[in-house]
Design a protein around this ligand. Structure first.
Ligand code: GLC
Length: 407
């Protein structure tokens, strides 16, 4: 798997869960799957999905202000409702929302990604053996109706061809692969087909081993995946817009998750849920802008950096410059006089806050190859209210000391 370099350098993407579920403000697709509402009543939301205030350029400038370098829009969620005028289904918008979105993102210099659910709980051939109340169920192993499954696969491939031919998405963000095996989905052939049409398209990991990167959800792994990855995270507790969900993360919490994510070598894909008319609530906007102004003030520690130190060296997240000679320390807590960096073999030649003040630092302990403790003295006046970043200059590319190898 070769990864397009823009992706690990991007650091922040905005995920957009927008669909007919925003009309009643219920859970995307899962609400009918779980029986909270009937499939019929769920579909009654369609006429209310007006997009009457949808302004793709306003979204694009908001996302750029957030510091994002890409976005991912739900072109089709598990409910099967397409946000583009697909020729292959009547569950669709007449207006080309996906087209407006991709054009506006690109005009703003952002990469345009599309979320696409492999499974489709509304397609008559998807369940392949289900009917009536069981229409969303997938067949037990060995009971697949091969003809129906072939028809479904042709539809699935057909919609993806439409998306690629019309919009040439920079990223295809798949979901909903779990009800069938890689062999039934023919994931290997799918990957080839997608790359045949667009050799440089980035493909997320929900491809049962045939994607480009891992997609942890809602929590930063302490031991991050070794390869490229991206954390998707809701801004409150819901993917789509739900009026009663006011449990928004604070800007400080978002900055922290973001720093932990990039420190582990990942991207953050922060989700917003626009209303049915396409407007994004002020509560969500304020948080995107707040995150963006912090990122702008700390850009050298963010864009183009590499994953930082593994846990144990520093009490907080860290990133590393591409030449490995500058470490960025993210200080979340109020230090008691100093912060400590441990297990770094390269000599520290200077420390400054990203705001520019040089900080006093001393090393004590250590012996030969074994580094000691680097004390970095921080004053209250150096602290950023959201998260302070210290830039540590090294005399040579970063080398660490982690284990004792002799008896
Ligand atoms: C979860 C949700 C799904 C959402 C996805 C995004 O799997 O169930 O609705 O689209 O997360 O990663």
């Amino acid at each position: 798997m070769t990864m397009q370099p823009w992706f690990p350098d991007a650091k922040l993407g905005i995920f957009v869960h927008w669909g007919i579920y925003a009309v009643d403000g219920i859970a995307e697709s899962w609400s009918f799957y779980n029986g909270q509402i009937s499939h019929e009543d769920y579909m009654k939301q369609i006429p209310g999905f007006t997009a009457s205030a949808f302004d793709a350029s306003a979204w694009a400038s908001l996302f750029a202000e957030a510091g994002a370098r890409y976005a991912v829009l739900t072109a089709k969620h598990h409910d099967g409702f397409a946000l583009w005028p697909t020729a292959l289904s009547s569950l669709r918008t007449e207006r080309d929302l996906v087209g407006e979105y991709t054009a506006a993102m690109r005009a703003q210099g952002l990469r345009a990604g599309l979320y696409f659910s492999h499974l489709d709980w509304s397609h008559p051939d998807y369940a392949s053996v289900g009917s009536g109340d069981n229409r969303f169920a997938y067949p037990p192993p060995g009971q697949e109706d091969p003809e129906r499954w072939e028809r479904f696969l042709a539809f699935h491939r057909g919609q993806l061809a439409e998306l690629q031919e019309r919009y040439a998405p920079d990223l295809l963000w798949f979901d909903g692969d779990w009800e069938r095996s890689a062999a039934l989905w023919r994931m290997d052939a799918l990957r080839e087909e997608l790359q045949g049409r667009q050799p440089s398209v980035v493909i997320n990991g929900r491809m049962q081993g045939f994607g480009d990167y891992a997609t942890p959800e809602q929590g930063v792994p302490i031991d991050p995946p070794a390869g490229p990855w991206e954390l998707c995270l809701t801004i409150n507790d819901s993917w789509g817009w739900q009026e009663s969900d006011t449990n928004h993360k604070s800007v400080r919490q978002l900055v922290r998750v973001f720093a932990e994510t990039i420190g582990g070598g990942g991207n953050l894909l922060l989700d917003v849920g626009p209303r049915a008319d396409g407007s994004i609530t002020p509560e969500q906007q304020v948080r995107l802008r707040g995150l963006g102004s912090w990122i702008r003030a700390h850009a050298p520690a963010v864009y183009g950096t590499l994953r930082g130190l593994p846990p144990g060296h520093f009490n907080g997240a860290t990133t590393l410059s591409a030449d490995r000679r500058r470490l960025y320390l993210f200080v979340f807590d109020r230090p008691n006089e100093y912060v400590v960096l441990r297990g770094v073999r390269s000599t520290v030649t200077g420390v400054r806050t990203l705001a520019g003040r040089p900080l006093h630092h001393t090393r004590f302990g250590g012996l030969g190859e074994v580094p000691g403790w680097e004390y970095i003295y921080v004053e209250d006046s150096d602290l950023d209210p959201l998260c302070t970043v210290l830039e540590v200059a090294l005399d040579s590319p970063l080398e660490t000391y982690r284990t004792h190898t002799r008896d």
